[in-house]
Ligand binder design. Structure first.
Ligand SMILES: Cc1cc2nc3c(=O)[nH]c(=O)nc-3n(C[C@H](O)[C@H](O)[C@H](O)COP(=O)(O)O)c2cc1C
Ligand SMILES: [Mn+2]
Length: 456
């Protein structure tokens, strides 16, 4: 079986049914699904949600396909604290895709005027959102000169039966491709892929150089060649096993109002004039599943974490070979904070790790370096290390006026912000040991023998 969304859901149902929740009660894609998800987020519950009965929609909706490190670890076949390392390993071994003649994503084909985006159960998450959005759309575009394919998630606002508006961050590869073609007065053909296996999703977000074919990176992540077929109206090969493909072109020199839209920070970004997509075809499976990623919620944040953690691990390792692990926690939107553990061998290494981390990731604002006895995924332990091992007069690094995220709500114009590094490692040499009950006694005195009810 190729790696596909519905296969992943079936696997989850078989292996871990408690992580799959089916909602059969009728619910609206306008705010109501969001309300349900909000209740669950408040309770810190992140099952994959499968909505069978969406008002006005003909397709079921899936959210939270990668909303926990456990789900991603199941897909990557590793432990939740090994995701960054496993991701790096697979990123280093790309697998070339293979082209076939037919695939399930072409079971239903709608061309030109047959297209009506209103038939797709697009969600509206927040009261401020200007319109329904596609949030789980992976935009594929090829460099017209080299043929190298790029993939990126981009929010897509519905602006008509056949019109979308897109947000492309400045300087990213898709933005660069669009700019190149716009300067030639040409449209950029694209394919928007919706409904994929979590490994496809992870691979699509890998931080890669512009000349690397991202379909091969996705294949590496899936550990099998991606199956591709020819799109119907654009010169792009598309994944045969996706649930849906929207084909179209980003028009040159055309802009339309996009936004406001509630983003990953938990704040909305303002509306602005942004690029316009003319949709030329929609193809999908018979009985397709529509996928959504709820902006600003745990899934959205965590998806960005693993590719960035992998990049940080690699960058810090060059400077501090004994780096142990990296966590970008949900509390920092999985983008603004990083906790990095190192086995410190020389007194200054924590500061080198701070420098390496900031050099590697523009979005990062706060880095905390801890010793390797601190589990970076245990935020309470990280804060405990800060309280006991950090001294602001010698452990604090502040960099003013650096480039950060345009979405950082407290940044200055253009996303200029401050970076803060905290060296929360113990000084080398004498330092009080942490309290401990003797090991031998810990293993001998078992909770289940004394308080069986509490041992469960
Ligand atoms: C759910 C989700 C939504 C995203 N939305 C956008 C977006 O609207 N615009 C954007 O430029 N990047 C967005 N990103 C980030 C890009 O997908 C990511 O930076 C990508 O790796 C950029 O690749 P590129 O430099 O190859 O274009 C989003 C990421 C995720 C996970
Ligand atoms: Mn890219």
């Amino acid at each position: 079986m190729p790696k596909e969304l519905r296969g992943f859901i079936a696997e989850l149902e078989a292996k871990s049914p408690e992580d799959l929740a089916r909602v059969t009660k009728r619910i609206s894609a306008r705010y109501e699904i969001s309300a349900l998800l909000t209740h669950l987020e408040k309770r810190k519950r992140f099952p994959l949600l499968y909505f069978d009965n969406v008002e006005g929609g003909r397709a079921p909706v899936v959210i939270n396909a990668q909303a926990s490190r456990q789900l991603m670890a199941m897909a990557l076949e590793c432990e939740p604290n090994e995701l960054a390392r496993k991701f790096s390993e697979r990123q280093a071994r790309p697998i070339a895709p293979m082209e076939g003649k037919a695939g399930p994503v072409h079971e239903i084909i709608k061309l030109g005027d047959e297209v009506n985006l209103g038939e797709i159960p697009l969600l509206t998450h927040y009261d401020v959102n200007a319109a329904p959005y596609i949030t789980a759309g992976i935009v594929v575009a090829a460099d017209p000169d080299t043929g190298v394919r790029n993939t990126s998630y981009n929010r897509l606002m519905m602006a008509g039966k056949r019109e979308l508006r897109i947000f492309m961050a400045i300087g990213r590869h898709l933005w660069t491709l669009h700019n190149k073609l716009e300067s030639r007065n040409e449209p950029l053909p694209i394919a928007i892929v919706i409904g994929v296996h979590p490994l496809f999703s992870l691979g699509a977000q890998a931080l890669t150089p512009a000349d690397e074919d991202e379909y091969a990176v996705i294949g590496g992540m899936m550990n099998e060649p991606l199956r591709l077929i020819k799109a119907k109206t654009v010169p792009i090969l598309v994944p045969a096993d996706a649930e849906m493909i929207i084909e179209g072109k980003i028009l040159p020199h055309v802009r339309g109002v996009e936004g406001p839209f509630g983003e990953f920070t938990g704040h909305a970004v303002d509306s602005d004039d942004r690029q316009v997509i003319e949709v030329t075809a929609v193809t999908h499976r018979k009985g397709y599943i529509f996928q959504d990623i709820h902006a600003g919620y745990t899934e959205h944040k965590l998806m960005g974490a693993v590719p960035r953690e992998a990049a940080l691990l690699k960058a810090v390792r060059q400077s501090v070979p004994t780096v142990k692990n990296v966590c970008m926690p949900v509390s920092g939107n999985c983008r603004f904070h990083a906790y990095i553990s190192i086995a410190k061998r020389t007194p200054g290494q924590a500061k080198n790790a701070i420098c390496a981390a900031f050099a590697a990731d523009m979005l990062l604002k706060h880095v905390v370096i801890v010793d390797d006895d601190i589990d970076v995924f245990d935020e309470e332990r990280v804060l405990w290390a800060i309280s006991n091992r950090f001294q602001a007069d010698r452990g604090l690094v502040v960099i003013a006026n650096a480039q950060g995220s345009e979405l950082d709500p407290s940044a200055g114009p253009g996303g200029v912000n401050a970076k803060m590094g905290l060296d929360a490692t113990k000084p080398l040499g004498d330092f009080p040991a942490e309290l401990r009950v003797p090991n031998e006694v810990m293993t001998r005195i078992r909770l289940e023998d004394f308080l069986p009810k509490l041992a469960k």
